[in-house]
Ligand binder design. Sequence first.
Ligand code: ADP
Length: 363
Amino acid sequence: MLDQPTIQSTLERVTDVFGVGSIVSQNRVERIDVKGTTVVLSLNLPVDDAGVKQRVESECREAVKKLDGVGEVIIMTRGSRPKLGAAGGPARGASGPGPMPGANPFDSQAPIEGVKTIVAVSSAKGGVGKSTVCVNLALALAQRGARVGLMDADVYGPSIHVLMGTNARPTAGQTREIAPVVKDGLKLMSLGFLTDKGQPVIWRGPIVMGVVKKFLQDVEWGELDVLMIDMPPGTGDAQLTLVQTVPLTGAIIVTTPSELALVDAEKGLEMYRSVGAPVLGIIENMSYFICPHCNERTEIFSHGGGREISGRLGVEFLGEIPLDPNLRQVGDEGRPIVLSDPGSPIAGAFLTIADRVRAVCGI
Ligand code: ADP
């Protein structure tokens, strides 16, 4: 019988990050969740040394995997939060106001009332399909019964309104300033609802930070199991504002298998880790191509890199989505594939990823 005490006593054999005692006796194990055959371990490892973290994570994984009845082991690691100005700490936006030197930039974090988990969907580069993945994953989570909000923090190129096929305008809220747009069971907020079509958004850091904060704090999100946030590509003011404003449950990194995209994904991953936000896992998009005529599979960008960097950096590989012209077409038409073609293999892939995200986040 797979239970928490059994898992905990196995983890007593894993030596602590500082080499004295075990990770259990040093209180590094924050949570142990068991869902079917999947075990999710939440660890707090207060060291900056990636090698030490990896050693502890892989020893935990090996130990738990040996137990009877264990299928998958998912490890979420929180790290030490660097003080502002410390080496390797979060860069302050060049134009952003940022907190006062010496202050802890995370002191301003406050949960959003009623919102259980907050997940950022990120990519290091634009055009890897981050928004497409974010929308379909949000819908897949909703199909599994979760109450889901979807916030577009990609303020420079908002696309959630297009992908969700709505031009509705948010209205005034009753308990908060803005009521989100509700479509297909999701609560939505995007700058695309507020700006005129085709109008470029050329904003400097402080305004970007203001918009992200406003969407987090002044939208009537209500009771949500998860708020999914479509982040702008790269690492900048929006990311910093997010981790300073709310306690982020974690980030999902979307990448394509091309080598350049993978190198950048690694940088994005380190950024989240350096500010103490767990990386929940990596999704590889445009992973391979299945010919609609002959069903032959082609590895366009040498598929599998996402899984490889996940292993190397000790984060979960959440799944892969193939390159599919139909996904692009229905996306452009505002008919997400999870809704418009629910029986397709791609919709199935999104549901599988959603189940892994639910296991990792305890949704
Ligand atoms: P990002 O948010 O990373 O900039 P988008 O989600 O806007 O990327 O996607 C960029 C383009 O690629 C869109 O036209 C989208 O429909 C298309 N796209 C995304 N994922 C796939 C895929 N797996 N197969 C085919 N086209 C895709």
